[in-house]
Design a protein around this ligand. Structure first.
Ligand SMILES: *Cc1c(COP(=O)(O)O)cnc(C)c1O
Ligand SMILES: [Zn+2]
Length: 418
């Protein structure tokens, strides 16, 4: 029993039944992503913050009434969710904001926010009786799917561009997935995965295709609000590639608002790499997001490298409807943000995650935030995901270890330290 009222096309509004093989709209194709609709009247009667306060389960399943599942997932599923909200007063004073806190999604089981989405997708695959689940990914969605599938013993076939960071590929292989390394872009891996899923009947977790993954992603917003005792921040910052996380964040905030758990909507800010700024372009120009063609994209932040964001319709609405902004940050700013963030807070972020912090800095400099604002930034993935990028970041920042002989005189050593 759940509270799902149907699946609604984000382009034309057509409603569909939540059938196992229902992914996108018949008329709009891949841009016609489906958004899960709930019966909010029944939901309001079934769940409220006081009831949540009594729940022991720290994982995403504490919000099960707000998720599109028929039952609860198997107990052996690796625990997903319940990540800390880290207060960062030094960051707040560095940029001149009232408060800054970081939702550290690097502390998920596979070390990125994508675990939330994959947990829901795997639960749906089990519910539908699928024997194989598949996805294409730049790396983190793949690692997340591999981890969660492994925990419940579901087979997974994963398509990644061969250029994905080695740590991400090693993670997939360790979890026991069948990994297809496509000698091409994420787009090429995506197309191959779509075709294989259709031909072989594998359950399809692809971002912007599977209607349920965004529901998993929205739990990050519910957790942030619950960790703040339902006091909404002024703004939430998140980096954007395919646009599924930002759409999910806005959905979680909107669910809480609609149920009366928060009294106003925070502004949602989407941050993109300057070399992969499809959404920023569309936001600035006002061109039709449904028909805007793919752009040539390239960035050091592999997790937000997307020439054609798959969830672009929801991603644009997430920012426009909440009076937020789409902003771009350079690769240099992204890399610089890694040691800044780590040194000021103890949170180690991969480039795509650090981009969110670079976005806060850019937004403050551009006058989009004021000195009293209370800002949450979602650090979407761990710095250990991409060690070469972290090495580059510290090199660019001019920091390095002090190299010494094993028999160095201690006074000499002391003199060489700062
Ligand atoms: C996937 C991902 C993003 C971007 O999410 P989208 O849904 O593609 O916009 C940002 N950061 C990290 C670490 C990710 O893995
Ligand atoms: Zn449609």
């Amino acid at each position: 029993m759940n509270h799902v009222a149907g699946l609604r096309c984000v382009v034309c509004g057509a409603m569909y039944e939540p059938e196992p093989d229902r992914y996108t709209c018949d008329d709009d194709g891949l841009v016609g992503c489906l958004d899960v609709q709930y019966d909010y009247g029944r939901l309001a009667a079934a769940l409220n913050p006081a009831m949540l306060a009594h729940r022991q389960d720290p994982t995403i399943w504490r919000y099960v009434e707000l998720l599109p599942l028929v039952g609860v997932p198997p107990v052996q599923m690796v625990p997903v969710g319940g990540t800390p909200l880290v207060h960062a007063p030094r960051l707040a004073s560095e940029v001149g904001l009232g408060a800054v806190s970081i939702k550290d999604e690097g502390r998920q089981p596979s070390a990125s926010l994508k675990d939330r989405a994959s947990a829901v997708a795997v639960a749906k695959a089990l519910e539908f009786g699928s024997e194989v689940i598949t996805t294409a990914s730049t790396g983190n969605a793949a690692a997340a799917l591999a981890a969660v599938s492994a925990s419940v013993g579901l087979a997974s076939v994963i398509f990644v561009p061969g250029s994905a960071p080695e740590a991400k590929i090693a993670q997939l292989l360790a979890y026991g997935s069948q990994v297809v390394l496509v000698d091409g872009t994420y787009g090429d891996a995506f197309d191959m995965c779509q075709a294989a899923s259709a031909r072989f009947g594998w359950y399809n977790r692809n971002t912007g295709v599977n209607p349920y993954v965004a529901e998993g992603k929205k739990t990050v917003a519910l957790e942030i609000l619950e960790q703040r005792d339902w006091r909404p921040p002024d703004a939430v910052f998140v980096s954007v590639g395919d646009g599924s996380i930002v759409g999910g964040v806005a959905k979680g905030l909107a669910d809480a608002h609609r149920l009366g758990w928060i009294d106003r909507m925070p502004r949602v800010f989407g941050i993109q790499a300057a070399g992969s700024d499809y959404m920023v372009q569309a936001f600035e120009s006002g061109e039709d997001i449904v028909t805007k063609p793919a752009i040539e994209a390239s960035t050091v932040a592999d997790s937000i490298w997307a020439g054609l964001p798959r969830d672009r319709v929801k991603a644009l609405a997430a920012v426009v409807d909440t009076n937020g902004e789409y902003l771009r940050v350079t690769d240099e700013e992204i890399l610089a943000a890694i040691p800044q963030l780590a040194a000021a807070t103890g949170v180690f972020a991969e480039p795509a995650a650090a981009a969110g912090w670079a976005g806060v800095v850019a937004a403050r400099a551009a006058g989009h935030l004021s000195a009293a604002d209370d800002v949450v930034f979602i650090s979407t993935g761990s710095g250990l995901k991409d060690v070469p990028a972290a090495m580059r970041a510290v090199g660019d920042a001019g920091v390095s270890g002090v190299e010494v002989a094993p028999d160095i005189d201690l006074d000499e050593l002391r003199a060489r330290l700062t």
